[in-house]
Design a binder for this molecule. Structure first.
Ligand code: ATP
Ligand code: MN
Length: 601
């Protein structure tokens, strides 16, 4: 028998079929069990009434691979039909419970946990829908570029010798002992390709070493690039950008309404008959001021709040979520931006904002050789570094321009996602590489930790005293042998979250007690003291010897505000028989803790 997919099942009503896929979940209704099977096209419900069949799967967990034969009958469920009288074969039995509840319609976990379990989380129906749509975006973009624009795709290098546009946000890689950089865009290459094919496009990776923790920046992403020569008016680039977005939105509605429905049914609005409003940067600033009373008119850039407000304006006034902002200041645009003929302080450039966020930057480029040299000079860049690129202007370039549009930004804004990480399969940011947390260097055992603390202090040229003394189990003992005041002592307490089972470190002055209510508020869950045996096993530390250096143990670390009141602090530095006395300020600088009031007397 041939395999039938979920999406074609309704065509087989009354017939016998074979289906194959992943066990998603099983619901039990008295004597009847409903098994949901997942395949590449959707979900299938299988009704199991026979005890013998159910016993085959009763012990199985989500992810098991099953092959099932049975009869298709119509049903009034969301799936329109279901399979009855199944004969089940277990192809790959999975007995281990999943690490994350991806098989539920919405994963009931926080975003960080979802990212920590990305390979499984991607199987979730909603999350999978995002990436099916993302794939469709890329496909629609190519269709538009090839069929509507007659543009030619190019494949530019991503590992390049020197940065193309200046700036410091580049990643370096060791290239046989030389330093290479990872490309931020293919700007220079796409202009070179205009000299060959007039109209060119690409979908290429970009890398940006921006240490930002915003909801709209990644350090690796994909960018849609487009560039064309021979227009009459540079606004033709905006026309193409606009048509491109409308084509993509239309394509999604035609081919991916199912996925859109899975995500709640609405995506950004870009009605065909409504032109995206076009405001100059100056007009946009004035409008923002008029609408909010907030004055950014002397700023060289739009703030994220202003971008949101301008999109709100477009939605309220025209019923579209997109708006162009044109004519940006020269100081805010790259050296190749085309200066306005009547005002060289401004450029023929634009940003496209979508539902509150910039998704595209583009514009006309300088195309005459002396003008390009002039552009480099204004930005104090050395033409020697751009010889290859500059040669195209010495040997004939037409008026040209284009744009770069972030794939993840577009996915996020079209689908109204809250965070760009939801629009990247394996997001990289300052905390993660390809989805995985960057593993902190974790220290284990009192001596290692003491060694590391002293290394840090020496390295930063900080003043400290290192004392070796008898074991001091209590704070009073410690203060006595150190010759410090009781309240200068810092007590480190390791807690365990009751839900998450995660460890936290709280540091308070020795003469206080920890206020567990304040702790619960700070971490968002009730906590209890971690078991001393666990502390010893996990960190190699004995209670009383734990230093207030939680980050060395990869722990979220909190300091009580009261610690700031004394100029010096003293603590056991990993061992009960050794202490460090140091400046409070230095400790704060080394640990960079979170703050709050966590004590009671
Ligand atoms: P922003 O001001 O939002 O940081 P930008 O103006 O620096 O962006 P451009 O150099 O104009 O970015 O890049 C073109 C497009 O690439 C942007 O409009 C955006 O869609 C996307 N993009 C740029 N930087 C990032 C990033 N760090 N993460 C995700 N997408 C980005
Ligand atoms: Mn930009």
């Amino acid at each position: 028998m041939e395999r039938t997919l979920a999406k074609d099942l309704f065509k087989q009503i009354g017939k016998k079929v074979q289906v194959r896929g992943w066990l998603n979940n099983v619901r039990s209704l008295g004597k009847v069990q409903f098994l949901i099977l997942r395949d590449r096209s959707g979900f299938i419900q299988i009704v199991i009434q026979e005890k013998e069949e159910f016993q085959k799967i009763a012990y199985l967990q989500p992810g098991s691979i099953l092959l099932i034969e049975g009869e298709v009958v119509s049903s009034n469920s969301e799936l329109r039909c279901e399979i009855t009288n199944p004969k089940i074969s277990v192809e790959v039995p999975i007995e281990e419970p999943s690490l994350i509840e991806y098989y539920k319609p919405k994963i009931p976990s926080d975003p960080e946990f979802i990212l920590d379990h990305r390979p499984l989380a991607l199987r979730n129906r909603e999350i999978a829908a995002v990436f099916k749509i993302q794939a469709a975006l890329a496909h629609a973009y190519r269709l538009f570029m090839v069929e509507k624009m007659e543009a030619v795709e190019y494949f530019a290098p991503n590992m390049i010798g020197a940065s193309s546009e200046g700036g410091s946000e580049f990643f370096s890689v060791d290239y046989f002992g030389h330093t290479a950089t990872l490309a931020q865009s293919s700007q220079l290459y796409k202009q070179i390709m205009v000299g060959v094919n007039e109209r060119v496009f690409a979908l290429m990776p970009f890398f940006r070493a921006e240490p930002s923790h915003t909801t709209r920046h990644l350090t690796e992403g994909k960018q849609f690039e487009f560039e064309m020569g021979f227009f009459k008016d540079w606004h033709e680039i905006l026309d193409i950008q606009e048509n491109c977005i409308k084509f993509i939105v239309d394509y999604l509605h035609t081919h991916h309404q199912t996925e859109i429905d899975t995500l709640g049914g609405t995506i950004v609005s870009a009605p065909k008959d409504v032109p995206f409003p076009r405001l100059t940067f100056k007009e946009a600033q004035e409008l923002y001021f008029k609408r909010t009373g907030l004055d950014e008119r002397n700023e060289p850039d739009l703030s994220p709040v202003a971008e949101k407000e301008l999109c709100k304006y477009a939605q309220e006034t025209y019923g579209t979520d997109l708006i162009f902002i044109t004519d940006w200041k020269t100081c805010k645009r790259p050296f190749y931006a085309y200066p306005k003929e009547n005002d060289p302080e401004l450029t023929n450039t634009f940003d496209l904002l979508c539902a509150g966020t910039e998704i595209t930057s583009g514009g006309q480029r300088r195309h005459i050789y002396p003008s390009m040299l002039e552009g480099l000079k204004i930005k104090e860049m050395d033409p020697k570094h751009f010889e290859d690129y500059l040669s195209i202007f010495r040997f004939g370039m037409p008026p040209h321009g284009g744009f770069g549009m972030g794939l993840e930004r577009l996915t996020m804004t079209l689908l109204k996602l809250k965070n760009i990480r939801e629009a990247s399969l394996f997001p990289s940011d300052p905390k993660r590489i390809a989805g995985q947390r960057i593993k902190a260097h974790i220290f284990f055992g009192g001596e290692n930790i003491r060694g590391e603390i002293i290394r840090l202090l020496k390295n930063k040229d900080m003043e400290y005293k290192h004392l070796i003394h008898e074991a001091t189990p209590t704070s009073e003992d410690s203060a006595r042998v150190r010759g410090t005041k009781l309240e200068e002592g810092v007590k480190s307490i390791l807690l365990r979250g009751k839900n998450s089972k995660k460890n936290y470190q709280f540091n308070i002055p020795s003469h206080f007690k920890l206020d567990m209510k304040a702790v619960a508020e700070a971490v968002g869950e009730k906590c209890e003291f971690e078991d001393p045996a666990v502390i010893e096993e996990r960190f190699g530390l004995i209670i009383g010897g734990v230093p207030p250096f939680g980050p060395l143990l990869n722990l979220e670390t909190f300091f009580d505000e009261d610690i700031k009141k004394r100029s010096q602090v003293a603590f056991n530095c990993g061992l009960l028989t050794e202490s460090i006395i140091m400046n409070t300020e230095d400790l704060i600088r080394l640990v960079d803790p979170k703050w709050g009031c966590f004590t009671k007397i």
